[in-house]
Design a protein around this ligand. Sequence first.
Ligand code: PLP
Length: 453
Amino acid sequence: MDRLSLFHPVTSIADLAANGPTIYQSANGVRMQNAAGRDVIDMGAGLWCVNIGYGRGELADAAADAMRNLSYQHLFGGASCEATILLADRILTLFRNRANAPHMARVFFGTSGSDANDTALKLVRYYNNMRGLPAKKKIISRLGAYHGVTLASGSLTGIAAYHKAFDLPIEGVLHTSCPHYYGGSENGESEAAFTERMVADLEAMIKREGPDTVAAFIAEPVIGTGGVVLPPENYFQRVQEVLDRHDILLIADEVITGFGRTGQWFGTGTYGLRPDIVSLAKGLTSAYFPMSANVVSERIWSVLEDTSAQMGAFMHGFTYSGHPVGSAVAMANIDIIEQEGMVENAAALAPRLLSALQERLGENPYIGDIRGVGLMAAVEFVADRETRRPFAPGTNPHRLVARLATEQGVLTRALPYLTVNSFSPPLSITASEIDEAIDRYAQAVALATPQLA
Ligand code: PLP
């Protein structure tokens, strides 16, 4: 029935026709059961999103209560509801107290990471039109970035596979270098020198295009889908200087890094960012309800506020913006993250995840780099460790390993840009669950290794 009725996202139609779907039945904590009854540890937390782990009844109760109580409320024309008001205030408080970002002023809600980045792009246009700068509209993203799949957010995504045959990117979106030190540094270049080269690339692009035409730079604090690419030393500090010099906004896409993933509440805090817009989704509700948010800075908000009488209503928003059920779920989710110390757990177990990977896999001839921050880690495969030579195109060791890992009872993702398996377990994971999962993963790597020669 699946093959005959479902159109799967990000799936090979040919592979599905040949192999059929993998159906999951139930899940609890970090463990899932597939239809064959196999226990698998989900080291991906779904798509980097089930931050509190599976099966939390508190969120089900919050959703049921909200559905019974109000069911639905839009926010158009000044309509509002209590759960959404409380959630907006709570997010601002978290940015103020846990991310050193007291300049964030308002929260706008949507339903997905993609629509949050679309909203960010529209806000940037609106802001510069209101400032009388209609030529200042281009957005610079990065190669390897993942920002979603709609026309606008898919254009911001810097991975060619998402553009192919969709006629993307749209005009006005540019991609600068991917700051991947392990794969991109040249001739023994130091990390500091690599950062300078990345920042010089960015500034050269701005100057080439004309600073008067560039409105914003968008970045994930840690590139997720592009390969768990950590910002090299001092990268964001130096980028921020360039942006300030040219009056360019910073959009931080915290769809993955938000709500504890990096071992702090937000990547904004982890890396000392000063964003003008932050996109949030995934961990906001731990994916129990589709919900996203844009946190907007005072600098943008004051322009919108000052021009409101002249412009009339802000004509952007969705039927489900600030949905009361999503807001109630998000509040219950944040309660759990706070009460159970999950951000602290992510920080405490980060070294355990990396050391488990390093101890079991560090000597493998095809594993070049193991890196991570918080509960977000990568294993990167290379054909030759000495030279860091990549595997030939079409050879996909990370896909082979991910498939074997599923058979061994652990889910890892085979990413689409670098030859990387990623790990982003629920933040509720324990040390022994990490060890068990990485044991299973190491068995899969051992089975794959002879086939990689
Ligand atoms: N931004 C980042 C950093 C993401 O990782 C994702 C999804 O993986 C998105 C945006 C898009 O979110 P969604 O799939 O909810 O549209």
